[in-house]
Write a protein that binds this ligand. Structure first.
Ligand code: SF4
Length: 727
């Protein structure tokens, strides 16, 4: 008999159900996803899946996919063509812009975008002329970002799932990885079994994770901070803190000590319900059985005091010297598969991509990267001031729809909403939002599945459902919780009439141009926004978007992470060590020395081949040689401005005339350098080069573009507040 079967192709993508980043190897035959297995080569999951990952094919071929564009007509969904849908949506968007201004459209993105999709969506909102762009991190881990970034710099996990195997003591608080991040538990349990590590689970519920604990601590809900303060009370009382670590690298610990003194064992037991003897035991284990790590998830962060919880955890890590080395650190388990990347690329009301913020220097930087003038970008906003005003966050959009105009910050109420999704379904968490949705002049939900966003709103018209591809039907990269970036290859062509995010944004930009022309409005989108990209099959390629990210995203260290490097990592997954994530000696020369997925920061250009940063803040080397420090190196004050200095841009190359070159460049730009006293100059010389060696630097500088950012007042103090100032 004739055989029409094509050979089975094996294509790698990653599971989209959580932030661990397990590789899925799909078997594709005749264009159909016919089989699947967990990748045996991936250093992240090594042949394992959880039940969610094993069912990931259902996301594509499941019977609940949206098949074609639809709109509500008199409360009934009606099928329509793509051209008509995009044309009508563009027309309504322009009508809203004309009557109410650009801030009247809410751009809700998703933690399930690819990096390139998230970046493009933020860029689109910028070209639309608004900072009202957000995603679900607002209500999950944004408190983590604020807590750790204000404590030590980066708003991210310091170590990796794999590195947990090196820990001697692990505390899991506010998380249940046995159910939420199951494959991560293999690293936790390996640490427990191979290292005889202590596994302490602190949770109000006896969870499946708690069932594995060597010590289970049941606390009253919401008492995380008293628990941490109670542990620190025992640690300080018994002298278990890491005195040398604190002396060299931490500031503000005396203030912590004074605060903690109030939290006696009796008081902590009264508040938390945890017996004093048990807390003493846990404190001793964490402080003395090192290295120790603190693992948390959203049980800690989705609280009104989430940021304070996170700062308390960070302080415990600093007091015990458990940061910046193998087996230590803040291992923060994110939720969705790309919540890290979506945050990195600015789906946030207060920043452009790569955490540049929204001040003038940030806008000048990104305008230059996008190939347009700063002035032309400013002209897209309602007023110049709105360009620098944080937008409306997810938690307040319904207020901005419903409140009287004089109680809202923008010119008019929010009248329209774009929900580009992949499961971004925040409405289910905020019942108040429903009332707001009923009032909108336009609601567009672009998702692979019909979400409750579209069907909960009690609407009869001006509501559109657009079928978007899953991440298995397009190329792109995603960033796992540990900052590793993985390339994800398209497994099958778009199902039914679905289209990729990239294509829909491109088509929408073109339709907006037509709508603007018809209304004699001067604004245009498609030509300027998409000019830098290669267009293939009617859409910009993910590779060309990532190359633009390389040129612009120095701020978070994505500049060295090219599509070519990521594809090589995908191809040679088996050449990376399971624990260190380092490429082994027999790896091909192009990846040798790299850490898997080039975990950011990965500085320089791709050709410079920075290996990525597996562990943030290297505290194995002295501060003066660039080892991690969590205190300002020196403080200078001139004319009411305080500069708490950072270091320079690389730990090897930048001492010039006895001074760290970058610091001096900042001081010269400020006009301060020549006025320094001898003592101040000596303190600069002692600073060494760089806060934590290679970290923090691009926060501050894009020397080619002349942007210099100076981080001020970061450190471990719970009373401090991280800020950045552009010079
Ligand atoms: Fe998917 Fe997370 Fe399960 Fe891995 S652990 S298979 S990424 S849901």
């Amino acid at each position: 008999p004739m055989n029409h079967q094509q050979p089975v192709a094996r294509v790698k993508n990653i599971c989209t159900h959580c932030s661990v980043g397990c590789t899925v190897t799909a078997e594709v035959q005749n264009g159909v996803w016919v089989g699947q297995e967990p990748s045996w080569e991936s250093p992240i999951n090594r042949g394992t899946h959880c039940a969610k990952g094993a069912a990931v094919r259902e996301l594509v071929h499941g019977d609940r996919r949206l098949k074609y564009p639809m709109k509500l007509v008199n409360g009934q969904w009606q099928r329509m063509g793509w051209d008509q849908a995009i044309g009508e949506i563009a027309d309504r968007m322009m009508a809203i812009r004309q009557s109410s201004g650009p801030d009247s459209l809410f751009w809700l993105g998703s933690a399930k975008f690819s990096n390139e999709g998230a970046y493009l969506y933020r860029k689109f909102a910028a070209f639309w002329g608004t900072n009202t762009v957000d995603h679900q991190a607002r209500i999950c881990h944004s408190t983590t970002v604020a807590g750790v970034a204000n404590t030590w710099g980066y708003g991210a996990q310091t170590n990796s799932y794999n590195d947990i195997r090196n820990s001697k003591t692990m505390i899991i608080m506010g998380g249940n990885p046995a159910e939420a991040h199951p494959v991560s538990l293999q690293h936790v349990l390996s640490g427990k079994e191979m290292n005889r590590a202590n596994l302490i689970v602190i949770d109000p519920r006896f969870t499946r994770t708690a069932a594995h604990a060597t010590e289970y601590v049941r606390i009253r809900p919401g008492t995380d901070i008293p628990i941490i303060w109670g542990m620190l009370w025992h640690i300080f009382q018994n002298g278990w803190e890491d005195k040398e670590f604190i002396r060299q690298r931490v500031f503000g610990m005396d203030e912590v000590r004074a605060e903690v003194a109030k939290w006696t064992p009796q008081e902590v037991e009264r508040v938390t319900g945890v017996p004093g003897a048990q807390l003493r035991k846990v404190a001793e284990l964490f402080a003395t059985q090192k290295p120790a790590t603190l693992i948390w998830c959203m049980g800690a962060t989705q609280k009104t005091v989430g940021t304070a919880n996170v700062r308390a955890y960070s302080i415990l890590l600093l007091a015990t010297g458990n940061v910046g080395a193998e087996g230590t650190g803040a291992n923060i388990f994110r939720g969705h598969c790309n919540v890290q990347g979506a945050s990195d690329f600015g789906l946030d009301v207060a920043t452009l991509p790569a955490y540049y913020g929204i001040d003038e220097t940030a806008w000048r930087h990104w305008s230059r990267v996008w190939g347009v003038s700063f002035e032309s970008m400013r002209a897209r906003f309602d007023t110049p001031q709105m360009m620098h005003t944080p937008g409306i966050p997810t938690t307040r959009y319904f207020d901005a729809i419903l409140l009287p105009k004089d109680q809202i910050q923008q010119r008019d109420n929010i009248k329209g909403m774009l929900v580009f999704g992949h499961g971004g379904n925040t409405v289910t968490r905020m019942p108040e939002a429903q009332k707001g949705l009923e009032k909108l002049d336009l609601l567009v939900v672009a998702d692979p599945h019909p979400t409750t966003f579209a069907v909960l709103a009690n609407r009869r018209e001006n509501t559109y459902l657009l079928p978007i591809c899953t991440q298995f039907e397009c190329d792109g990269s995603r960033t796992s919780s540990n900052r590793s970036v993985q390339w994800c290859s398209k497994i099958v062509n778009p199902i039914f009439e679905s289209r990729t995010d990239y294509r829909v944004m491109f088509d929408l930009a073109k339709a907006l141009d037509g709508a603007a022309q018809r209304r004699n409005m001067p604004i245009r989108f498609a030509e300027e926004m998409f000019r830098p990209y290669e267009i293939a099959n009617g859409e910009p390629t993910a590779e060309s978007i990532l190359r633009e990210i390389n040129r612009g995203a120095w701020g978070s260290g994505y500049s060295g992470i090219s599509p070519e490097r990521l594809k090589l990592h995908q191809q040679h997954q088996d050449k990376f060590d399971l624990v260190t994530l380092r490429a082994k000696d027999d790896a091909p020369a192009e990846i040798r020395g790299d850490f898997y997925g080039l975990p950011w920061p990965c500085w320089g250009t791709p050709e410079m081949r920075h290996p990525g940063s597996h562990i943030l803040y290297n505290t194995n080397i002295p501060v003066k040689d660039g080892g991690g420090s969590f205190r300002p190196r020196f403080g200078l004050e001139r004319n009411g401005t305080t500069l708490l200095a950072e270091g320079s841009w690389s730990k090897d190359s930048e001492i010039r005339d006895g001074y760290p070159e970058f610091t001096v460049a900042v001081l010269k730009r400020l006009g301060w350098f020549d006025e320094l006293t001898a003592a101040e100059k000596a303190s600069i010389a002692e600073v060494g080069t760089g806060l934590g060696g290679e970290d923090r630097v691009s926060w501050m500088t894009d020397l080619s573009g002349g942007i210099i950012r100076v981080a001020v007042n970061h450190g471990c103090s719970p009373f401090g507040n991280g800020k950045a100032r552009a010079v």
